[in-house]
Design a protein around this ligand. Structure first.
Ligand code: GCU
Length: 445
């Protein structure tokens, strides 16, 4: 307990979301649900994840690059199961991309239901305010999910939308995060550097902050509630059902639905952003929601833009443990025993490839403070998605060597930057906004 408290103190002091790194605090109900999934799979026990705190532990996390591989060859996004090549864009869209979507749904993220209940958005409150000297209108919105099929389960998406006063059809930067600010930042001085919200408003754009936990709780015991529980009418998940990351991404799509109806926002110019677990969800949202124009994926790590096959930083086994398994579909747990990451039919580069040809900015912090997320593993995945971008007539990352810190690589439609800070998107916002402007402000391109 005292370890937990001192970690919380460090998190407050640094103003960043600290990776929990193997400190899973799960309830008996979560443990029971995790066990239930393993029983369905006929699995006795999983291999343990790596320990990010205790260097002396037998399963201590590896940060030594020379031990990060060798790993088996990455699956080729442009080779069909029968060994034939994907030769043109038409084949990608008609054959290969659907195959990859099916593999991710079946083996990694779980399946989003074919039909989900309707969401009705309404404005809860509206206020005038100023942000960085600019007059803005702040709207708090609730997306009420139709629960006629399970009236005891109430799901209400919570989103803040802030638009410059007088805005008409402006781009929206949609963050998965905390509409009222991160809880660990309350009463703390703001982190150094510009506030991303001021930067967005100064461009004449809008920003929105959607609370993922209003879509689906961030734990296993909540799986019989939230949108996942509602669709299942309160029953526990089956092996095929969607995990929480997929549900959070579904919520992003519902936010885009709202932007389509609001004359102040342009639903064709929405960028999605998230950090860490919300970075993973932002990447899924980009992969599954074609209406999203640009993605800013920060410190997403394992289950996000990091290659599962890398033996550095967090490992697949951590995701499969009771503290994080709820993010994933049930069948994913098999890869933490009896199978391994090398047996996965897909890897993170193919999740990035599902975004192609749309622009994507992969953001990481410095290699010490943000080591758990394996920056290099994410860089390698971004490089390996390049052939799909090229096939679709877009530009790849344009680099294959891991760049020095604070070097922006953004000559193509994939971008990468390692900022000097920790587990945050913060210092990369100015570069991301420049990158996004290339696509969202065509007049300035
Ligand atoms: C944990 C987890 C990561 C996750 C992070 C976060 O550290 O292991 O996968 O990204 O929490 O969301 O802060």
């Amino acid at each position: 307990m005292s370890l937990v408290r001192s970690i919380a103190k460090v998190a407050l002091a640094t103003g960043v979301l600290l990776a929990s790194q193997a400190l899973a605090q799960t309830s008996p109900a979560t443990e029971a649900d995790h066990r239930r999934m393993l029983d369905k799979l006929g699995i006795q026990a999983l291999r343990p994840g790596v320990d990010g705190w205790n260097k002396a532990a037998q399963n201590a996390v590896n940060y030594d690059e020379s031990k990060a591989g060798p790993f088996s060859l990455l699956p080729d996004p442009l080779v069909l199961p029968d060994g034939g090549p994907v030769t043109d864009a038409r084949m990608w869209w008609a054959v290969r991309r659907p195959q990859l979507l099916e593999l991710f749904a079946r083996e990694v993220h779980g399946r989003a239901p074919a039909k989900t209940p309707a969401v009705t958005w309404r404005v809860v409150s509206e206020a005038r305010a100023r942000r960085g000297g600019v007059a803005v209108i702040e709207r708090r919105l609730v997306g009420v999910v139709d629960n006629a099929k399970a009236p005891s389960i109430s799901v209400r998406l919570d989103m803040l939308l802030v638009v410059p006063d007088g805005a008409a059809k402006v781009p929206v930067m949609l963050e998965l995060g905390f509409p009222d600010g991160p809880p660990w930042a309350r009463g703390q001085p703001p982190p150094p550097g510009p506030d991303w919200r001021d930067l967005v408003i100064a461009k004449g754009w809008a920003y929105a902050i959607l609370d993922p936990t209003s879509i689906q709780a961030d734990n296993g015991e909540g799986l019989t509630q939230g949108i996942i529980g509602l669709v299942n009418r309160g029953k526990p998940r089956s092996l095929d059902d969607w995990g929480v990351l997929r549900a959070w991404a579904w919520g992003v799509s519902r936010a885009v639905d709202y932007f389509e109806t609001d004359p102040t926002t342009d639903a064709q110019r929405v960028a999605v952003e998230g950090v860490s677990r919300y970075g993973k969800a932002a990447l899924l949202a980009m992969a599954y929601e074609p209406r999203l124009a640009v993605g800013f994926i920060a410190s997403s790590g394992e289950g996000g833009a990091k290659l599962f096959r890398r033996r550095r930083g967090e490992q697949l086994e951590n995701l499969a443990a009771s503290g994080e398994y709820h993010w994933m579909g049930g069948r994913f747990l098999r890869y933490a025993g009896p199978l391994t990451a090398d047996d996965l039919p897909v890897d993170a580069h193919e999740l990035i490839a599902l975004v192609a040809p749309r622009p994507l900015f992969i953001s990481v912090g410095n290699d010490q403070a943000d080591a758990w997320i394996d920056s290099r593993g994410m860089f390698m995945a971004t490089v390996a998605a390049g052939p799909v971008y090229r096939l679709l007539g877009a530009r790849d990352l344009g680099a294959t060597t891991f760049p020095a810190p604070e070097t922006l690589i953004a000559s193509g439609d994939l971008a990468f930057r390692q900022h000097a800070g920790g587990h945050t998107a913060g210092p990369n916002w100015p570069d991301f906004l420049d990158f996004a402007a290339r696509y969202l402000e065509p007049a300035k391109a």
